[in-house]
Design a protein around this ligand. Sequence first.
Ligand SMILES: Nc1ncnc2c1ncn2[C@@H]1O[C@H](COP(=O)(O)OP(=O)(O)OP(=O)(O)O)[C@@H](O)[C@H]1O
Ligand SMILES: [Mg+2]
Length: 259
Amino acid sequence: MIVRRIVILNPKGGSGKTTIATNLAAYYANEGRLSALMDYDSQGSSTRWLSKRPRSAAQIHGIDTGENRAGLTRSFVMRVPPGIERVIVDTPAAFQKHELVEFTRNADKIVIPVLASDIDIHAAARTIADLLLVAKISRHENRLAVVANRVKSNTIVFRSLMRFLESLEIPVAAVLRDTQNYIRTAERGLGLHELPSARVAKDLIQWKRLVDWLERHEKVSQYPRTKIPDPVSDYSSSQSLPNAVVKLPWSEGPLESSL
Ligand SMILES: Nc1ncnc2c1ncn2[C@@H]1O[C@H](COP(=O)(O)OP(=O)(O)OP(=O)(O)O)[C@@H](O)[C@H]1O
Ligand SMILES: [Mg+2]
């Protein structure tokens, strides 16, 4: 049985790491995959979510590393019980660069949730640069993707985020809208896939794109290397953007900038 490790990472606080990690664990559990949720955050948000989970819900194995982040790679292997097929790793806000290497070393997929704001775009640029240069994640391994989170679509800052991501040639695995559904399910230890489907129909379409990417194994051909742009000076939302057509990977057609 192949264990796939999916690491949700962004040192920027509040970007949606725990939300994506818990929802993913719930998704896989409902798909009948034995899943573990590994909480590397000393705040223990994923662990708390798991503790609220109803007994009747599909089972998820919790692995709480607490404060002890030493020897991550070793503990990663040691702590995953036999039979587990998907390990979802929730990581803390703010960590050392050497921990970035540890978090990502054995990861099959690395998901970076990014909020559409200038500050978050700037922080994401740094994280992506560290992943490429420090953790030596290569684009053509197809291990790395961004999830644009809490998106109010068609806003200027959203377009600015998408343009920035396009320039990095990092895939955008999903765009998740801003909805109370995440907040309500989190309170109950549930995932979106465990709500009545009529209520979350729009969200499930967005999630399908993410899980499709996560379950894709093929590598992509090598992209030409580009410089990591400065998102604020190069893509600031306050700048007036030229009339542009942004080809979005999840949309039916190009999105016309109406600026
Ligand atoms: N798509 C969304 N729509 C609405 N609310 C969301 C969405 N994603 C996350 N949130 C809310 O935003 C807040 C922060 O999300 P979350 O805790 O997942 O971020 P985090 O990156 O894990 O934060 P930290 O860095 O503190 O661990 C939470 O209250 C969560 O419910
Ligand atoms: Mg968190």
